[in-house]
Design a protein around this ligand. Structure first.
Ligand code: ATP
Length: 453
């Protein structure tokens, strides 16, 4: 089957010459688009295999704006541009094209670039296919009737799932590492569900949430009368989980004296309730932290022996910004789940909203994404989410960084550049630099021209 190409170019003669070259090389070429709107109309009817994209086009939106949309839709593209200006090139590069040709170009340069683009595109598709062939070990967790799906297409989350598959059936303790909101607790639940302990309990203990004077009794239990106020015997979490799994979240918060007692659970599978005798428990330990345990050890806050005992099988959860490929699948997943929950009929995100989602850094990781999607659903009035309220404080991150006194022109230039960078060089529409700077897009464009950006 012939590969189908779309040329997006506002110069009629150049577009036509290019079309002739491509037809001669036996590509199928869709009608030429002269603006972003034209291109979108064509793509809505027929998805091309690859788009050849000029940067400055007819109409308000640029090729870089279109590239963001193509990227969100998973359509490959290469740039063809007469403009080799460094800032434009940098902005174009950030959209992840398969190639960039400076006009005027020779026929064989175009064809060679297309060959390379096809090669990279097919490699990427092969990786995607092999990823989707790898079935998640169990991606549905049922607990108290609650269904949870583990979503993730990126290499890094697939590697996590493979590790989970490897370790789940063993009795080895697992240390889950990663920033807050990356899914450590969810993975702990998955490990439990995949283990032979699945019919036993999974007891979750958040070490950071317990008052220090109660942790020992909570974890190990106490005998009646063992201290003032111990009016009843208490069964600790380790014993409650007998035959099952204990997940200790925020293990880095466990006080040093209790780390020794916990080490005994790991080494001897024994607990010692306050005021009681040592006894055996049959539990598997999963622990998580978003702290750097090596640093904690260096500062004397975490025991070396416990660290080595726990660190037999560490699993590092990647931050969301390290796995951009997962942002949209996760967002779509939360949209479906939460829209059902609130009884709203929302079909999806607009291209602009998708672009805003993939451009943001997600310091709060998957939890922040889930919350933002929920908020967007509640605020959504139509059948599509067209706006997501990315926190402004992060968008403005770079603008105030440089405090050196500059001329007004220099400051204006820096500010515009920071805003453009924050918005991945999107000028118009929601999440664009004009919105961020709170000025009219055409004013921004004329300021950019004047300042040579
Ligand atoms: N891959 C994923 N697929 C679907 N939902 C996910 C995924 N990862 C995380 N979540 C959801 O994101 C939220 C945060 O995840 P979780 O509580 O497991 O993170 P955490 O790393 O344990 O956070 P913390 O360190 O703050 O305790 C949860 O609602 C969880 O269900």
């Amino acid at each position: 089957m012939q590969d189908t190409l779309l040329i997006v170019e506002d110069q009629f003669i150049e577009a036509n010459n290019l079309k002739i070259i491509l037809l001669k090389a036996e590509y199928r070429v869709l009608p030429i688009a002269r603006s972003v709107d034209d291109a979108l109309e064509i793509i809505d009817v027929q998805v091309p295999d690859l788009v050849l994209l000029d940067i400055f086009l007819k109409g308000e939106r640029t090729g870089i704006d279109l590239a963001h949309i193509l990227k969100a839709r998973g359509i490959a593209f290469v740039y063809l541009s007469a403009n080799s200006d460094k800032s434009v090139f940098t902005a174009a590069k950030m959209t992840g094209p398969y190639g960039f040709l400076i006009k005027p170009f020779r026929e064989r340069d175009v064809l060679a670039m297309l060959d390379i683009a096809w090669y990279h595109h097919s490699q990427k598709n092969m990786v995607r296919e092999s990823e989707s062939k790898h079935k998640n070990p169990v991606n549905i967790i049922s607990k108290d009737g609650e269904l949870k799906k583990i979503v993730g297409e990126s290499d890094s989350i697939q590697a996590v799932l493979r590790n989970v598959e490897t370790v789940a059936e063993t009795n080895v303790p697992v240390l889950l590492l990663g920033e807050s909101g990356t899914g450590k607790e969810l993975i702990a639940k998955l490990i439990h569900e995949l283990s032979h302990r699945r019919s036993g309990k999974l007891v979750v203990v958040d070490c950071a949430a317990m008052p220090p004077h109660l942790i020992e009794s909570e974890l190990f239990g106490h005998e009646k009368g063992s201290f003032t106020g111990a009016t009843e015997k208490r069964i600790g979490k380790f014993e409650q989980a007998n035959g099952g799994t204990v997940f200790l979240d925020e293990i880095g918060e466990l006080p040093l004296d209790l780390q020794v007692k916990f080490l005994r659970v790991l080494q001897e599978t024994e607990i010692e309730p306050i005021g009681g005798k040592r006894r055996k428990v049959d539990v598997r330990i999963l622990a998580a932290t978003n702290r750097n345990l090596e640093e904690e050890m260096a500062n004397g806050r975490f025991r070396l022996d416990l660290y080595y005992r726990l660190n037999i099988f560490p699993i590092q959860l990647p931050s969301l910004r390290q796995r951009e490929a997962d942002i949209l699948p996760l967002a779509e997943h939360f949209l479906k789940v939460q829209a059902d929950r609130f009884g709203k009929e929302i079909t999806g995100f607009s291209d602009e909203a998708k672009q805003m989602l993939v451009s943001y850094q997600w310091p709060g990781n998957v939890r922040e994404l889930e919350n933002l999607v929920t908020r967007s659903i509640l605020l959504c009035v139509g059948s599509q989410i067209t706006d997501v309220q990315i926190p402004k404080v992060h968008q403005l991150g770079e603008a105030g960084a440089d405090l050196k006194i500059k001329t007004i022109t220099e400051s204006e230039r820096d500010l515009i550049l920071s805003a453009l960078r924050e918005c991945n060089w999107k000028i118009y529409g929601p999440g664009g630099a004009a919105e961020l700077l709170d000025i009219n897009a055409s004013t921004l464009k004329s300021r950019m021209k004047k300042l040579g950006i």
